[in-house]
Design a protein around this ligand. Structure first.
Ligand SMILES: [Zn+2]
Ligand SMILES: [Zn+2]
Length: 364
């Protein structure tokens, strides 16, 4: 069975044959049909996030359940599923209060199975799975609680994107910020996540949607996804434009879909007094951003973080599927390029160049 393994930071992924142990109690084996190429994978490849290696990367995917281990009742062979990259124990404080993205009911490391052991080996060495799934792989054995069954008519590449960038972006608007109809919204960064913040804002009924990026090609995508105004931050000040478009006040909501010091400070500056700035994109672990506590208090601004769009995968993935199949969510336009698993490193080159909305690895 082939999988794309990262052995060392700053080296290409190696597509190699690996041995896979079948599903144990509480686990399932999924034949992967499509897997998106995301910046979070790139953060591990380039050493921004230091995780133990070797590891199969990939965390945005969909496939068909082939086999389940003892005790699994929530999914069965033949089910079409989207992978959630967070566990859902169903018992912890967070699962009990509807915030399963923060589930802390399992104590084992996040790159192995719930019992702490690995299902992949090569040359006698254990291979970890990113987020316990590692979906750049022909087949994945993972905890069954991380699989969300969806309608079989959902096409595969589009289903895969419902595993990360779509819920992260749309959920940031609808679940974390809870944007009201009529609001003004700024989105910094128009990659896979940022474009979904833009379309989340459109779905929520925002009337002013300002999208910002450094590349005009991405701003073209943003207009297609519902941006009413665009700012190229190479030539223009994002904060000045956000204020100009809101009678000098600042936007009601601003989202950082990149993650970094400069962009965190930008979204805080761009929101009006009483407004909400939301960090959506994942920065490198070492990044810090100096906020001004005086202004935070004086202007009653809120700075929030959201993981995975604060969605509830079991509830929200099927809803997003319904919205897509009903023609109200643009996902086809996100799938701008597809690759074979062997071409995975081309997918990362394209991700870094900004030439694609989203690249997706497709499997037979
Ligand atoms: Zn991702
Ligand atoms: Zn839990």
């Amino acid at each position: 069975m082939k999988a794309a393994v990262l052995y060392k930071p700053n080296t290409p992924l190696e597509v190699v044959d690996v041995e896979q142990q079948g599903p144990q109690a509480g686990e399932a084996r999924v034949k992967v049909k499509a897997a998106g190429v995301c910046h979070s994978d790139w953060h591990i490849m380039n050493g921004d996030w230091t995780l133990p290696l070797p590891m199969v990367l990939g965390h945005e995917a969909a496939g068909v359940v082939e086999e389940v281990g003892p005790g699994v009742t929530a999914v069965k062979p033949g089910d079409h599923v989207i992978f959630s990259f967070r566990t859902h124990c169903g018992r912890c404080l967070y699962c009990s209060t509807g915030r399963s993205i923060l589930c802390d009911g399992h104590k084992s490391v996040r790159w192995a199975m719930l019992d702490g052991t690995c299902r992949l080996r090569r040359d006698g060495q254990d291979i970890f799975q990113m987020a316990r799934i590692g979906t750049f792989s022909e087949r994945v054995v993972c905890p069954a609680e991380m699989l969300v069954p969806v309608r079989a008519e959902m096409p595969w590449p589009q289903a895969a994107l419902l595993g990360c960038c779509v819920p992260t972006g749309v959920g940031a608007v609808t679940h974390c910020a809870k944007v009201e109809a009529g609001s003004s919204v700024l989105v910094v960064g128009c990659g896979g996540v940022g474009l979904n913040v833009v379309q989340g804002a459109r779905l929520a009924g925002a009337v002013t949607i300002v999208a910002c990026d450094l590349l005009d090609s991405k701003l073209d995508f943003a207009r297609e996804f519902g941006a009413t105004h665009t700012v190229n931050a190479v030539h223009d000040s994002v904060v000045d434009r956000a204020r100009e478009l809101t009678a000098g006040r600042g936007v009601d909501y601003a989202f950082d879909a990149i993650g970094g010091e400069a962009t965190t400070l930008q979204i805080l500056d761009a929101v009006r007094p009483g407004g909400t700035a939301v960090i959506v994109g994942m920065a490198a672990m070492a990044v810090r951003a100096p906020v001004a506590p005086y202004l935070m208090a004086l202007q009653e601004k809120t700075l929030k973080g959201t993981m995975y769009g604060s969605v509830r995968p079991n509830l929200d993935f099927p809803r997003l599927v319904d919205l897509y199949l009903d023609g109200r969510l643009k996902i086809d336009q996100l799938v701008s390029r597809t690759y074979r698993l062997e071409e995975i490193n081309d997918g990362f080159a394209a991700l870094r160049s900004g030439s694609v909305a989203r690249g997706v690895v497709v499997f037979d």
